[in-house]
Ligand binder design. Structure first.
Ligand SMILES: [Zn+2]
Length: 244
């Protein structure tokens, strides 16, 4: 019987490894997608920043043109001023000049503010691009690692499946059916028996526990498991118990 239990143990361990590896491989496409999303997010952030910088620079140019226009108007008014005949005309022209001067001053204040904004934007953009540069490298490495993990994992699963086939061939069908039945019901067919400790006050109590359901196991059953004379089943979860 020792041999049979060892074979079941081997099958159980192979199944656990295959399951763990499959879970890990299943998570890779999602991890790759998340990675790609984060990477694209940074690119969009940079694009947005570039777009607002372009808009601000455009506004600044527009202000410069407006200032130029008012300056030209002032020049024209000053020329006209020399030609006016009445006092009213003179005053009207002077107020036009004053208006244009005020407009220029307003526009210049706006332009200075815009200059500061543009400077800040350029700094932010440079910072984003710097971060993106570092991330690009990390992104490429992480992507490569995940992809090679995917490849290696698939190879390893194939290898484990082969080992499982050989392992299955060594177990009698009736026992195998039992194994599969427990596995389907519980997720795993075997459970390791381990020693657990319970501390209450100053006293420490040790007892044996089923690794599948964490229930306490009687010392009688523990002896059965140790003897390996027959298959020992956990009374709580129905898993086949084994010792390492
Ligand atoms: Zn159990």
């Amino acid at each position: 019987m020792t041999d049979v239990i060892d074979k079941l143990c081997e099958l159980h361990k192979l199944d656990c490894r295959i399951e763990k590896l499959t879970d890990r491989l299943d998570s890779i496409p999602q991890r790759l997608q998340k990675l790609e999303e984060n990477f694209q997010k940074r690119i969009s952030e940079i694009e947005r920043e570039k777009e607002s910088l372009k808009n601000s620079e455009f506004s600044r140019k527009k202000i410069e043109l407006d200032i130029e226009e008012f300056e030209n108007k002032i020049k024209t008014f000053k020329l006209q001023l020399q030609k006016v005949k009445t006092n009213e005309e003179y005053k009207a022209m002077e107020s036009q000049i004053e208006f244009s001067k005020n407009k220029i001053s307003e526009l210049e204040t706006k332009e200075i503010e815009l200059f500061d904004e543009i400077d800040a934007m350029k700094g932010e953009l440079a910072e984003l691009e710097k971060r993106h540069g570092a991330e690009k490298e990390r992104f490429r490495n992480e992507k490569m690692n995940l992809e090679s993990e995917q490849e290696r994992g698939a190879e390893m699963i194939k290898e484990l499946q082969k080992q499982k086939e050989s392992s299955l061939a060594l177990i009698e069908p009736k026992l195998l059916k039992k194994y599969e039945k427990i596995k389907t019901a519980r997720g795993s067919a075997l459970a390791l028996v381990y020693m657990s400790e319970n501390e209450s006050g100053s006293s420490k109590k040790s007892f044996w526990v089923c690794g599948g359901c964490n229930s306490m196991i009687t010392s009688h059953l523990v002896e059965e498991v140790k003897k390996k004379e027959d298959i020992a089943i956990c009374e709580s979860c129905g898993r086949i118990l084994y010792f390492e």
